[in-house]
Design a protein around this ligand. Structure first.
Ligand SMILES: [Zn+2]
Ligand SMILES: [Zn+2]
Length: 458
């Protein structure tokens, strides 16, 4: 069995992995890098050659896992594309939004490469996607098969508890089982329920490492953190300011809306206006439509109906008033230049009455990471080439990660005790902590950090 890490560096970037097993060639995920632009935003597809792939299997609809799917489909017209049903619906909205973003970037960056794909390509591509139920064995020809052993390569999706539709992928072929976690959470969030992974024996585990460089604080509980957030919002309003919370359009926005709903329901906070972005509103609609049919907490909660957020867009963000007593939950989570959260942040960070709260993962070198880690009264440039601004606003960080803690990842790997563990989706310090810890705690397993672009035999 062959494996190639198609991500360009050991990082959370344009995540993508090549597997060759039981005579089939497939790719798991094909993301777009959240920070890089042009060619560097794509996975390194060169080792694939053209037209050779049998299947592309997508774990979930975050940009860093699905963002370059139309490009890979263009290069691999023979490959069938599979993903869980909600991921197809969300992915379609996300990729069309991405075309709009890239079309704007074409002029701003002066790159003729953009957009990397078009609305028409996204439309015709998504017609070919095959959406799959959970826990159903499927062949790369798209046929459902029973649980009886078969010689043919099969895959199946298992709920990964990260965002709506997120799934781990179990592959069976050549008498071996391979499990790719995708992005995973083993704890309940406010909406998402914890992952339910397969119980059977797994030979090769391909595991994400997002939080490998952060220990879970000992007395952390989600309930306590929710209380702390509610109190911080109340304090921010009392200072006479607004609260900006940079969030990803998919996942963190909906978790936050559900928290804000609970804060009001339980009378921790009085009613206040909430603002979200246009793509976030679209994603929330999908959460609402699927509330009854997905495995989740608060299944009767309709986010848009209960919280009634106002919608801001790229067109009106610059003129939207910054008013005290309001929560602006804007994407992107990393405050990437030209996104709503970045544009809005530049208007609030110099004012000591306003607050910026961080509630999820942000790369330390992203604008959100720079602002979060800025020393008190220090300076930050939220966009390259723009003048730095003095940070006078109130900044606070909360732990509502949609990713598994490193402790729970280690527990999962020890339960499975696979012959080999392949570590992916983490910055070098995160991957290194996971490698060292797993090597010590699972001496029978081979722990592998795959060098980007290098073919390895598993
Ligand atoms: Zn994700
Ligand atoms: Zn990811």
């Amino acid at each position: 069995m062959k494996f190639i890490n198609l991500t360009r560096h050991t990082e959370i970037g344009a995540n993508s992995y090549y597997l060759e097993i039981a005579g089939k060639r497939l790719v798991l995920d094909c993301g777009m890098h959240p920070k890089n632009v042009g060619e560097e935003a794509l996975p390194n597809f060169r080792p694939l050659g053209d037209g050779q792939l049998d299947a592309i299997i997508i774990s979930h609809a975050h940009q860093d896992h699905i963002g370059t799917l139309p490009v890979l489909m263009r290069r691999q017209p023979r490959a069938r594309v599979f993903m869980p049903e909600p991921t197809a619906e969300i992915g379609n909205a996300l990729l069309h939004n991405s075309v709009n973003v890239m079309t704007r970037q074409r002029e701003e960056l002066g790159t003729t490469l953009y957009p990397l794909f078009t609305h028409r390509e996204t439309e015709s591509g998504s017609d070919l996607w095959q959406s799959c139920p959970l826990r159903q064995r499927i062949t790369t020809a798209g046929e459902r098969v029973g649980p009886r052993a078969s010689d043919e390569l099969t895959f199946e999706f298992h709920d990964a508890g990260h965002v709506l539709g997120s799934s781990g992928i179990l592959l069976r072929g050549d008498g071996r089982t391979i499990f790719y976690t995708g992005d995973v959470n083993f704890d309940d969030q406010t909406i998402m329920s914890a992952a339910v992974f397969p119980e059977e024996k797994i030979d090769i585990l391909i595991m994400e490492c997002t939080r490998g460089d952060h220990a879970q604080p000992e007395n952390w509980t989600r309930a306590r953190e929710e209380r702390r957030l509610a109190e911080a919002i109340a304090a921010a309003f009392q200072r006479g300011g607004c609260v900006l919370i940079p969030v990803f359009a998919l996942g963190k926005t909906q978790e936050l809306l559900a928290m804000l709903y609970k804060f009001r329901r339980d009378e921790w906070l009085r009613d206040f206006p909430v603002y979200i972005g246009g793509l976030s509103a679209k994603m929330s609609e999908i959460y609402d439509r699927r509330a009854n049919t997905s495995r989740r907490q608060l299944p009767r909660l309709q986010l848009l109906g209960a919280v009634e957020p106002f919608v801001l867009t790229g067109e009106n963000i610059a003129d939207a008033p910054v008013k005290p007593g309001r929560v602006y939950a804007l994407s992107s989570g990393m405050m990437t230049p030209n996104t709503l959260s970045n544009i809005f942040a530049r208007r609030v960070i110099e004012n000591p009455r306003h607050s910026v709260f961080f509630v999820g993962y942000a790369d330390p070198e992203s604008p959100a990471g720079l602002l979060r880690d800025a020393p008190a009264d220090g300076e930050v440039a939220l966009e390259a080439g723009q003048p730095a601004q003095r940070v006078r606003c109130h900044i606070e960080e909360f732990q509502f990660s949609a990713h598994a803690s490193r402790e729970s990842l280690i527990r999962c790997a020890k339960n499975i005790a696979p012959g080999k563990v392949v570590l992916v989706h983490g910055a070098p310090p995160a991957v290194e902590w996971m490698r060292a810890t797993l090597s010590a705690e699972l001496p029978q397993s081979e722990v592998i950090v795959p060098t980007p672009g290098a073919e390895i035999e598993l």
